[in-house]
Design a protein around this ligand. Structure first.
Ligand code: HEC
Length: 240
């Protein structure tokens, strides 16, 4: 009971802190800890793409328990100019059984994950080498949206529905400032900085596809992922 109240309290403090100070997407200089006990993890990795996230998101090394998508503890990942990461997360609470490199939002909710480590052993200090990771906003969308929900029809096999390739390596050039055939008003699939003027947004968030040969409205149901796409567009629709 006491623990829960603590967790909520930290959430509110954090939200207040962030709304008043930060808009570069980097939120945590110090680890946010619910408890002071626990083990540590030292992470080495080669990270790219983490610098162009929209505000409100943070790329962190974080600990989760099975029952929650909210980080129990998290530390912002900073890297050298060549992308080299070497950081240590300490004081990991006992209930944590998964360590992740992930993007969290202002409420510390996991939005996308880049790397997962099973933390059930809980030795004193665990060393993780995560290797090379593309942690860009666009790669998150490619992996968590296009690869999962779109490429089965849009280019993953021999053909692409409506001629639209959403496969890795092709999707970006197919979307940015490209006129959508199905748009009556000649909209681009993605107009950087204008999510609501982007056909991709309309296809995923409105009923304009209701009388197409394929209704798209329920293809992405996660509010967080729909928000991620909009935020990516409004933040300039960077590729890296
Ligand atoms: C089950 C197959 C299928 C899946 C999965 C699918 N689509 Fe489609 N998509 C189609 C078909 C078929 C059309 C063409 C519909 C028509 O012409 O009536 C289309 C058309 C489109 C168009 C309009 C293309 C144009 O040229 O204007 C967009 C944008 C689009 N899809 C995006 C997506 C996205 C994003 C996803 C994943 C979230 C997705 N689709 C998943 C079948 C699919």
């Amino acid at each position: 009971m006491g623990k829960h109240i603590n967790t909520y309290l930290y959430g509110f403090l954090l939200a207040a802190l962030i709304s008043s100070s930060c808009d570069d997407g980097r939120i945590y200089d110090e680890p946010i800890q619910v408890e002071r006990e626990g083990g540590s993890v030292r992470l080495t990795a080669q990270l790219s793409g983490q610098d162009h996230w929209a505000s409100g998101y943070s790329i962190v090394l974080a600990g989760f328990s099975d029952d929650s998508e909210y980080a129990k503890t998290a530390k912002g990942i900073t890297s050298g100019h060549d992308g080299t990461v070497d950081i240590t997360l300490t004081g990991i609470p006992n209930e944590v059984n998964q360590i992740e490199i992930c993007a969290i939002n202002r409420l510390r909710k996991r939005i996308v994950s880049f790397y997962t480590y099973d933390y059930t052993e809980q030795e004193d200090t665990i060393r993780i080498n995560a290797g090379a990771i593309n942690a860009s906003m666009y790669n998150s969308i490619q992996t968590n949206v296009f690869d999962r929900s779109c490429t089965s029809c849009h280019g993953g096999s021999t053909s692409a529905a409506a001629g639209l390739y959403l496969t890795s390596g092709r999707s970006y050039d197919a979307l940015i400032n490209v006129i959508a055939d199905k748009s009556d008003s000649g909209m681009y699939f993605v107009t950087p900085c204008q999510s609501e003027e982007s056909f991709l947004h309309l296809v995923l968030n409105t009923d304009i596809t209701a009388n197409w040969s394929m209704d798209h409205i329920d293809m992405v149901t996660s509010h967080d992922l729909l928000q991620l796409i909009d935020d990516w567009i409004d933040n300039g629709a960077n590729e890296n």
